[in-house]
Design a protein around this ligand. Structure first.
Ligand SMILES: Nc1ncnc2c1ncn2[C@@H]1O[C@H](COP(=O)(O)OP(=O)(O)O)[C@@H](O)[C@H]1O
Ligand SMILES: [Mg+2]
Length: 259
């Protein structure tokens, strides 16, 4: 059975989507079968993997709203072998409100993922930067949460709210939910600030913090406009090397925990 992981931080712009696309691509390159599920109405994972948001037949919106929708009918291949996607459409912005009327509204994605878990080693969900029903659906559907934190002055702001959200979902909807790990992004080794942030996050999360840090690298910011993960856009860039190293650390920590 595949493991499902939500990439979650209710702050925007911290590197969720960049981590989702590039960790998923690196794991696929290492031979894993990977699915990414985009439930952010902005659809940046969708466009970042080269899928045009216009004229999509079926999307994550349909999985959330239409109980007849088969999960396999929403899955598309990407340009990376072994990496599939369930894309997001702009309709998702309305789903938050439409879901309020629906029975079992927190468990729609959980049900949808059960249908395809056996087909993948890892399923990553890219969450929107909010704590609404889309995020609750994601946190209810997964086994664990991967938290990207940006190396900035306010890095830890909102982190206790983030952790209490995870705890709330664990208590009420998803008893098995754990924190997979914390990955620092947009690290700039030339600044004391970045180094200070690493120390603070380490103090807060202890050994949940991965030792790989993702540097600030302009190639990572350029790649999505070509619809490519960094490993296709510029495999020799610092960004590509960092995400490859992260994928290695991610997998060895999975092995240590018996997977
Ligand atoms: N390591 C990085 N180096 C440079 N730019 C980055 C890096 N990570 C993310 N970005 C850029 O920062 C912005 C926010 O990142 P994104 O992954 O979209 O965050 P989120 O999904 O949390 O909102 C995007 O424009 C992205 O291209
Ligand atoms: Mg995003």
């Amino acid at each position: 059975m595949g493991k499902a992981i939500a990439i979650f931080n209710q702050k925007g712009g911290v590197g969720k989507t960049t981590t989702n696309i590039n960790l998923a691509a690196c794991l696929a390159l290492k031979g894993k079968r990977v699915l990414v599920l985009d439930v952010d109405p902005q659809g940046n994972t969708t466009s970042g993997l080269g899928i045009s948001k216009k004229d999509l037949a079926n999307t994550s919106y349909d999985l959330l709203i239409d109980s007849e929708m088969r999960t396999r009918d929403t899955i598309l291949p990407t340009s990376v072998k072994g990496l599939d996607i369930i894309p997001a459409s702009v309709d998702l912005a309305g789903a938050e409100i439409e879901l309020v009327q629906i029975q079992g509204r927190e468990k729609r994605l959980q049900k949808a993922l059960e249908e395809v878990r056996g087909d993948y080693d890892y399923i990553f969900i890219d969450c929107p930067p909010s704590l609404g029903l889309l995020t609750i659906n994601a946190l209810t559907a997964v086994d664990s949460v991967l938290i990207p934190i940006q190396c900035e002055f306010y890095a830890l702001e909102g982190v206790s709210q983030l952790v209490s959200t995870v705890e709330l979902v664990r208590k009420s909807l998803n008893p098995g939910l754990v924190i997979q790990g914390v990955i620092l992004s947009m690290f700039d080794g030339r600044t004391n600030l970045s180094i200070q942030v690493v120390n603070e996050v380490k103090k807060f999360f202890g050994d949940k913090l991965y030792s790989t840090v993702i540097p600030r690298n302009v190639r990572l910011a350029e790649a999505p406009s070509y619809g490519l993960p960094i490993t296709s856009y510029d495999p020799r860039s610092k960004g590509a090397k960092a995400y490859m190293a992260f994928a290695d650390e991610f997998l060895s920590s999975e092995e240590r925990h018996g997977r």
